[in-house]
Design a protein around this ligand. Sequence first.
Ligand SMILES: [Zn+2]
Length: 276
Amino acid sequence: MTDAHVHPDCLVRVFPKAEAERRALNIACAASAWSAAECDRNEALASAAALDGAPPVFCCCAIHPQLPLALKTESAPFPFSPPFSIGAELEALERRAAEGRLAAIGETGFDLYDAAYRETGAEQEKLFAAQLEIAASYGLPLVLHVRRALHKIFACTKQLKKIPAVVFHSWPGTSDDGFSLLRRGVNAFFSFGTALLLNHQHALRSCALFPAERLLAETDAPYQSPRFREYSSYRDCKAVLSAMADLRKAGGQNANGGTEPETIVDRNFYRIFTGG
Ligand SMILES: [Zn+2]
């Protein structure tokens, strides 16, 4: 199995046996980091996995769109806690990209969830533009976090068309939005997680209708907990995939050569994160 969006360094803080679980379930993952320090720890995890012949960890790093607001509030949670210099982080990110150490720039994007977030809109714009440029210069995929901000993404269509793959983590739009991005020439991939288990209607419909070669599965662990649990983890991959399979079957979409979603999702994952 593959997990297209997870935060191993945050997950291990609430679930110390997370890496053992990942290995036991044989799940390759794209590990998101919100800072250079966090990405260093994910790189160590990736090296250990490679040494042990465990399923691979692909390292992604970016400045999260929630960071400007988090830095303004006294109670910024890990991993946003100060000291944190945005300038230094951007430099480190570019250096890492130049050294070929990243599988993707992510997660970045826009979060305009409420008035407080919207107040940091201008800073988010600047951060996103800088990271879009790094992704374009080094030919890296982008992993996007987009909350109430798809219009911002549509406004960047021209630049996004130059990015080898644009992964929407926890796809936040309607199926029409997704098809519209594809029609505009964005090489978009739509990742679905535990929202499928929580009956989010737009996610269900999008997941049923999008072409199979555009789908990914994720846990966003530990941040998207299923009902009655405090956090998500690798073990939720299976439930997400089986929800995906049910949706595709119900929509008559499992005709892709009879291939199960799991196989196609894995193929999409490796194509994106290994640049294949
Ligand atoms: Zn995330």
